[in-house]
Unconditional design. Structure first.
Lengths: 151, 324
């Protein structure tokens, strides 16, 4: 029994020299794993205004409008407004899954704490500027590898 | 001389308060490191102002006295608990010259005065008019009275060797051999009983937050609560000093390293004991309440008495007799 006490003291003493396992979170951002479902990044250039993201959204938090392409030579619509209401967005990844052109993709950003609920209503510009830590599979500068796999 | 007589205790109080401030920080740091954490590091550089902030918070808190509490006793209890904690420091010799008294029965004075704190704790528990506070106070009284006996018995070996209760004489007689070596059984009993007297883990039953929601000071808030905490940490100071004086040779330098001043030696040994207390807290779970009393009366007390007999016998053995 006495040996056990000494052994326990030894373990705690050894632990003192081991590296710390805590994160310095607010000082240093946490690195999220790949395929983390974070705040969406939007590329308005790619969007074809197919409305699929708004339709699949389980909480109806996406609202978008399109307008006729200003270039009369080209067919189709371009994106005019695009808003996500992060009060109700559940970051379920469905809008990015369904997007045929990968105009909307996930990032690893997750800090959505604000002082007013109004600030959670993010528009097209904010979503476009949210261009850090984009999910690597959807990153615009994909490195093609033989066999079609990307890293 | 009279000016010094006033200033010196004030200086000691300042030193003790500074010690308490940083002992609490260091305790949290050490426990943090042992649990692979960092410990407090937000308030001030390296968390240096953490305790200051904590104490400041306590001071600006509302002073709540429960309606059905015994108001007079409720207010008196923290003072009864704290005053003996500071009073016992009077007999601790820090170095040859830095001491307050040359008291003939210094050790006895320490033991006697330190037990007054139990009354403060019991009064606090009773006056709160709260069942958990009363339970904590009763447990505390039972524990501290029981462990006082092995604590005193364990130092009898030293008293027999030195032939004196004067702490200065006890340090002087450790010039060549510290009492930790000939009195190893006494030292272990003393250390365990001392941890128990301090109400620290693994003997922190009086304030077991998981069982008694804090023990005797549940109803205390703000400044009065701070006083109980202060008393506890001043006892850490006192008990670490006493352990240093009794068993680790006080200010005596080991290996004849007298170039380093005696006060530094005292502080080093003192800090070693303090670190041991924190280390123990990070390691040990709380002892079970039904084993607590049995341990004191059936293990520690017989061991302490055995140590007295051993000292008496070995005193007569030629060759090693002069160690005892």
């Amino acid at each position: 029994m006495v040996l056990g006490l000494v052994k326990g003291l030894g373990i705690t003493l050894k632990n003192m020299t081991k590296p710390r396992v805590t994160y310095r979170y607010p000082d240093e951002p946490l690195k999220m794993p790949d395929r983390f479902r974070g705040i969406q990044y939007l590329d308005p250039e790619k969007c074809i205004v197919c409305n699929q993201c708004a339709r699949i959204c389980p909480t109806d938090c996406i609202q978008l409008t399109g307008k006729k392409n200003p270039d009369p030579e080209k067919k189709g619509k371009v994106l005019d407004t695009f808003d996500i209401n992060f009060e109700i967005c559940i970051l379920c990844d469905l809008c990015t899954e369904v997007c045929p052109t990968e105009a909307i993709v996930m990032t690893n950003n997750y800090e959505l704490a604000v002082y007013s609920r109004d600030e959670l209503f993010k528009d097209i510009r904010w979503l476009h500027e949210n261009n850090q830590n984009i999910r690597s599979e959807n990153s615009t500068n994909l490195i093609k590898k033989p066999g079609g796999k990307t890293t | 001389m009279s000016l010094l007589a006033i200033l010196a205790p004030v200086l000691l109080l300042v030193i003790v308060l500074a010690f308490v401030t940083y002992a609490i920080l260091f305790e949290r740091k050490v426990i943090g490191w042992m649990q692979n954490r960092i410990g407090p590091n937000r308030v001030g550089p390296w968390g240096m102002l953490q305790t200051v902030a904590d104490v400041f918070k306590l001071l600006i808190k509302e002073d709540v006295i429960p309606e059905k509490a015994d108001r007079a006793l409720f207010k008196l209890a923290p003072a009864i608990a704290f005053v003996p904690a500071f009073a016992v420091l009077a007999v601790i010799p820090f170095t040859e010259t830095w001491k307050f008294t040359d008291f003939a029965v210094g050790l006895l004075y320490y033991m006697a005065v330190s037990s007054i704190t139990i009354i403060g704790i019991m009064v606090g528990g009773w006056a709160s008019n709260n069942k958990y506070a009363l339970l904590g106070g009763m447990r505390s009284a039972a524990q501290m009275i029981s462990y006082e006996i092995p604590l005193v018995m364990s130092v009898v070996g030293i008293i027999m060797t030195t032939g004196s209760l004067n702490l200065n004489d006890i340090v002087h007689s450790q010039k060549h051999v510290w009492f930790i070596f000939p009195q190893i059984i006494g030292f272990l009993v003393f250390l365990i009983a001392a941890v128990s007297e301090l109400n620290r883990t693994p003997f922190d039953l009086p304030e077991a937050e998981s069982e008694l929601v804090a023990g005797y000071h549940v109803e205390y808030t703000g400044f009065r609560f701070a006083f109980f905490m202060l008393a506890e940490y001043v006892y850490v100071f006192a008990m670490a000093s006493l352990t240093t004086v009794l068993y680790l040779g006080g200010w005596n330098a080991p290996f004849g390293l007298t170039i380093i001043p005696p006060i530094i030696w005292f502080i080093l040994k003192f800090l070693l004991v303090v670190f041991f207390l924190f280390w123990l807290r990070a390691t040990m779970p709380r002892i079970r309440v039904d084993q607590l009393m049995q341990f004191a009366w059936k293990v520690l007390l017989p061991l302490a008495i055995f140590n007295i007999f051993l000292t008496a016998v070995l005193k007569e053995v030629p060759g090693i007799g002069h160690f005892y």
